[in-house]
Ligand binder design. Sequence first.
Ligand SMILES: [Ca+2]
Length: 381
Amino acid sequence: MNHRRVLLVPVIAAAIAAAAACVAPVPPPPPPPPDAPTLEVSVVRDGLARPWDLGFLPDGSLVFTERSGAVRALVGGELRLLGDPPDVNGLGEGGMLGLAVDPDFATNRHLYTCFLSNLSGTHDVRVVRWTVDAATTSITGRADILTGLPVSATSVGRHSGCRPRFGPDGYLWVTAGDAATGTNPQDPQSLGGKILRIDRDGDPAPGNMGPPFRPEIYSYGHRNPQGLAFRPGDGTPYEVEHGPDCNDEVNRLVAGGNYGWNPVPTDGSAGYNELVPMTDLTEFPGAVVATWSSGCPTIATSGAGFVTGPQWKAWDGALAVAALKGTQLRFLVLDASGAVVSEGAGVTDRGRLRVAMQGPDGDLYVLTDADPGAILRVHPV
Ligand SMILES: [Ca+2]
């Protein structure tokens, strides 16, 4: 009996199954319910280089990032380059990623970006605070408020995704990818595979996890979280993450929660074992079960935002989830307890969608993940 061969058979079978799942076509998106609004899509601006995140200033100006490094503004229809930090590395999935506008922008003019940097002489992902000048022409006053988010050693930029958003608690919440490194999500001293929560200076927010976890950590056991949104009304935080071949997840966040991803190879070696479940209830019986999962295959959920207002009809209060591979917005209707009670899709004909955020005008703003890419406005009627 060849013991080595016997041991390899299940490994090979699992790899074949994974490969098969990987090429499975994305199923047709679920149709919208009859009482959903008709969605009119218009192009706000095109010709952009892989836009990644956006935000709105109090005067209605739109600010956004491009993955290669630029932070731009659209002021009264005029496109402006606010800054392009030279240490941004647009490698792999990395680069200039998330952006958040300070809720007190009117007085402090701060915005925050998160990007893959080579400033330290090696790679890390860092959250940087900027000050926008009074005329909205530049970002200055750089302050690197949180550094050292991990970067894959073998595939630089993979799962370096980073979505900063201010919560209704006034703190900056930051999604941190696992850097495609097996040990990160369950490592209490790694900032990878976590949801982080900090103040404007990068100091830990009160109410995060205690020792042995780093004090910036709010929850752990995440894979590649790139969506973050707070439910209007009760402020419940929701996070959206990419699954491997199956099970993108939408999770309700709770302080100290373990979301059950532990991609350490079974032989204990260094590496990244993506054959483990997105939420491993065998290894972690107390792990937080996802509010919604894509099933197989994934649709690549890249961002999310809630939409409110009567113009959204059946989707008033729904979570709009942008999908890359699935090329759609998936609207999830939640009940009072936060459970998903129905879902439907829209904007299925515009390619890979990166993020979704309701603007001050009540419309939904979406980015296309392309070069050239675009900012789209989704208007319900
Ligand atoms: Ca999970």
